[in-house]
Design a protein around this ligand. Structure first.
Ligand code: CTP
Length: 421
């Protein structure tokens, strides 16, 4: 493993995972797995409250090491004292971080094992908060988080969404995979990595073309592939701008995000973001939009002497016009990025269609995926791509979208000189 490969994982990291009390503690068990998959060594410390949610045996089995939860455990102190444990860690990650733990750390308390370790350690502290959204928004919590961030703590999340308490809002623990990605991203110092100094623009997700105030034409793109590409480009050191269609995905660490809805908005945002070094059009942009968006809800026609059957047969014709082809506009722009990459979702002759698109849109590479194949493409976490460029082609995956995204960027860097600064 070379130096850069090592930085794409958590190899060499000794992570002290602090789990505090909250229903999200069950996700910390999955996080231990993901951290170990990324080659980190993990030791777990549970607060007393966390132990009410998930048992120490679970974490012991997953981490492969005894779990600590008390300052007053003579056997554990004899094996590795809490001071040694604090020195051992290269990072302290608290996930979930409850409002209480955040308050304790902000005020320098040392009345249990986890808070004591945090006062002793000089390792990077990362907090992934999880709590009820009102607790999160409380000025006390906000002030405590601000204090910890000013002291250098890394904050991952919280995510927005429905909560175990039945409410809706920010306070959900970020998914374990995303926590690991954020930890990996923070390992690569900005300004290093093979894409260092390069500006990368990525489009992701679907576009919604409004018919009236309640209806739109859309597609099934989840945005996951584009978000994975933005995350991977940031990990490789690029300065990344992500133009996102309407999707419910967290912003990858270190990425600038611009949210849009319609194809014309995506096009404006992309053109306004130029100049860029690399453009990757991963968005599933609608090819057509309604010629007019009705300001009032479109009603069914009420027929004069209409029976239900007549009404059912009356039909509706939509007048559609072409949207701008963002990829082609960027490829033809006077400030054309050095490398322009398109995506193609194909059901038929993949290679022929992709090569035709490569020429017609004057792009440097097309990453094509076959839709309708299980485990590939829309709204799933894995993908397989066939990549075509003037001088060759390559197959990537099937693998997780995170993996395929990294491999695509590394392939472009390796095979297309325009990808290199
Ligand atoms: N694209 C775009 N703007 C559009 C339509 C598509 O930028 N209005 C981009 C997509 O982001 C993607 C690529 O073009 O990178 C391929 O899209 P696709 O719809 O497969 O290509 P089309 O040329 O529209 O061909 P098809 O007739 O197969 O849909």
């Amino acid at each position: 493993m070379n130096e850069f490969e090592a930085k794409r994982s958590l190899a060499g990291e000794r992570i002290l995972l602090g789990v505090s009390g909250g229903i999200a503690a069950y996700k910390a068990a999955e996080l231990v797995r993901r951290l170990r998959d990324a080659d980190a060594e993990v030791r777990v410390v549970l607060t007393e409250a966390a132990a009410h949610f998930v048992g120490a045996a679970t974490f012991q089995a997953l981490s492969g090491h005894p779990v600590r939860s008390s300052l007053w455990d003579p056997a554990a102190e004899a094996a590795m004292g809490h001071i040694e444990l604090a020195r051992w860690a290269t990072r302290v990650v608290i996930a979930p971080a409850s409002a209480d733990v955040i308050a304790k750390l902000a005020h320098g308390h040392a009345n249990d094992l986890l808070s004591t370790l945090c006062l002793v350690t000089t390792a990077q502290l990362t907090l992934a908060p999880a709590m009820n959204n009102r607790m999160w928004w409380h000025p006390a919590t906000q002030a405590n988080v601000a204090t910890l961030c000013e002291r250098g703590a890394q904050l991952i999340g919280p995510d927005d969404g429905s909560q175990a308490c039945g409410e809706f809002g920010p306070g959900r623990l970020v998914e374990p995979d995303a926590i690991v990605r954020a930890l990996i991203a923070s390992r690569v110092p900005s300004g290093s990595g093979p894409l260092a100094g390069q500006r990368v623009l990525v489009s992701a997700g679907p576009t919604y073309e409004d018919l009236d105030p309640v209806r739109y034409l859309g597609n099934r793109s989840s945005g996951k592939m584009g978000f994975a590409l933005a995350a991977a480009a940031a990990e490789l050191g690029a300065d990344v701008t992500l133009i996102a269609g309407p999707v419910a995905l967290p912003t990858p660490a270190g990425v600038r995000r611009i949210d849009v809805r319609r194809a014309v908005e995506m096009c404006d945002a992309a053109l306004s973001a130029l100049p860029q070094d690399i453009y990757i059009g991963a968005a599933a942009v609608a090819d057509y939009m309604p010629a007019r968006t009705a300001t009032d809800k479109i009603k069914k026609p009420i027929l004069d002497q209409g029976s239900d059957a007549a009404s059912r047969n009356s039909g509706l014709t939509l007048d559609l016009v072409r949207t701008p082809d963002i990829l082609a506009e960027i490829a033809a722009h006077p400030q054309r990025p050095r490398l322009v990459v398109g995506f193609a979702a194909e059901t038929g002759n993949l290679a022929e269609s992709a090569r035709e698109k490569l020429q017609r849109k004057r792009v440097d590479a097309i990453a094509a995926n076959r839709v309708g194949v299980e485990g590939c493409g829309f709204d799933c976490d894995s993908n397989a791509l066939s990549v075509f460029w003037a001088g060759g082609e390559a197959e990537l995956g099937p693998a997780s979208k995170t993996q395929v995204a990294r491999d695509l960027l590394l392939l472009l860097l390796d095979r297309l000189p325009a990808a290199r600064a």
